[in-house]
Design a protein around this ligand. Structure first.
Ligand code: C6P
Length: 396
């Protein structure tokens, strides 16, 4: 059996999405900016997709959504655009983010630090989220931007976005949220929140890879990252990825339609898997279930290196991860586990299991069996494992 439990890394393209995309590879493959029919026949599909994105996010205006190549690009655009528009001219000098953002934010902040920008990396509590009051105390009149993720990709923990947006609004500071792990998994209603910029990525909600988006409230000015032709109203140059955009629109519409299913069925399966995992001795799951996206578990299994567990699972057809896919090759300990204060040996035992609406109960039952055997076998040969009932208290 093959079981895919790495849906926070990427998801299967929904076959319905793929079907909608196909004609734009092999039939209507024209450049939408061309004047001939091959080009113009793509326009209705593009209009439909932009409408699906606008409805799916409940944005104020369809023009507030700009398509990018991925969330990494969207995040880079916001940070570098705000640097250009508000920091380079000396008006401001400060950006606030959290310690547990995705590398697309952290690495960009590190780059901006080399240009003289001051960056505050807010610490997280034992649940892996920031305290909104901490944020308040770090905002100054020189703060140009607050960028805080909506849901953490490793733990699934949801950040208090409403409260954060309110704090930023009251302080008159721009607010960006990397909502890659929230869009399509939980309700994201942009009319209800004061968010200036929001990043998302199609391949996290059963759309294709290589296409994402940035919501820009009221189409406010933001210097482009990609200069060139006048695509996307001159805000983001590059020939439009027609099939990708069509796929992203369809995928978001389906994801939003399936939200209650996601919140019920996926949650039920995730909870079943978590209940079984918690029957094992010396395991620790980060964050409580209600405070997480419904599909995610980050668990530490004492005495077993995350990579050893992955190898064992993979041998049995099960795909999981030790954390973020883009950091999976460096064998470092899990950075979110470290940020919540876990000791290094514990942070090395992280295992991320992330489900989707395509996950079945049979797959969860199979995974539980394999996981139980793997834990027994790997602990038997572990040099670091010996049973200690007070382990949780002593390690965290
Ligand atoms: N996280 C993970 O395994 P792209 O692929 O550029 O569209 O998305 C990047 C990205 C940005 N923000 C968050 C919160 C993310 O989770 C991701 C992708 C994957 O966790 C791959 S590293």
């Amino acid at each position: 059996m093959r079981v895919y439990l790495d849906n926070n890394a990427t998801t299967i393209v929904d076959p319905k999405v793929f079907k909608e995309m196909e004609p734009y590879f092999v039939q209507s493959y024209g450049n939408p900016n061309s004047l001939h029919e091959f080009g113009s026949e793509t326009h209705p599909a593009l209009r439909k997709a932009m409408g699906q994105l606008y409805c799916g996010l409940n944005a104020d205006d369809q023009d507030d959504i700009v398509v990018t190549s991925c969330a990494t690009e969207s995040n880079n655009w916001v940070l570098k655009g705000v640097y250009h528009d508000h920091i380079l001219n000396g008006e401001k000098d400060h950006i606030i983010t959290s310690e547990v953002e995705h590398p697309a934010i952290i690495s960009t902040c590190k780059f901006l630090e080399t240009l003289g920008v001051k960056v505050t990396y807010l610490p997280v509590n034992e649940k892996g989220i920031i305290e909104a009051n901490d944020l308040k105390s770090f905002i100054t009149e020189k703060t140009a931007l607050v960028t805080i993720m909506w849901a953490n990709n490793e733990t699934g923990m949801l950040f208090p976005i409403e409260e954060i947006s309110q704090i930023c609004k009251e302080a008159g500071v721009l607010f960006h949220s990397d909502a890659v792990q929230a869009v399509g998994k939980i309700p994201v209603d942009l009319k209800k929140l004061d968010i200036d910029f929001l990043s998302f990525s199609a391949h996290k909600f059963h759309g294709p890879k290589g296409v994402g988006g940035l919501y820009i409230k009221n189409s406010q000015p933001l210097t482009s990252l990609l200069h060139g032709g006048e695509h996307m109203g001159g805000r983001r140059s590059g020939t439009l990825n027609v099939a990708g955009i069509v796929g992203m629109g369809e995928a978001l519409e389906l994801a939003v339609k399936n939200l209650s299913f996601e919140n019920n069925n996926v949650r039920k399966l995730r909870d079943k898997l978590e209940d079984e995992i918690l029957k094992l001795d010396d395991v620790f799951v980060v964050g409580s279930r209600d405070e997480r996206t419904p599909n995610t578990i980050l668990v530490s299994v004492k005495g077993i290196e995350g990579e050893a567990m992955l190898w064992d699972l993979n041998k049995n057809g099960i795909a999981a991860s030790t954390g973020s896919a883009c950091a999976s090759e460096d064998l470092e300990s899990n950075p979110v586990m470290e940020a919540i204060g876990a000791e290094a040996d514990l942070a090395h035992t992280a295992l991320r299991l992330s489900l989707s609406r395509f996950t079945t109960e049979e797959e969860i039952d199979y995974t539980v069996g394999i996981l139980n055997n793997a834990v027994k076998r790997l602990r038997a040969i572990s040099s670091t494992y010996s049973y200690a009932p007070d382990w949780h208290d002593s390690k965290l």
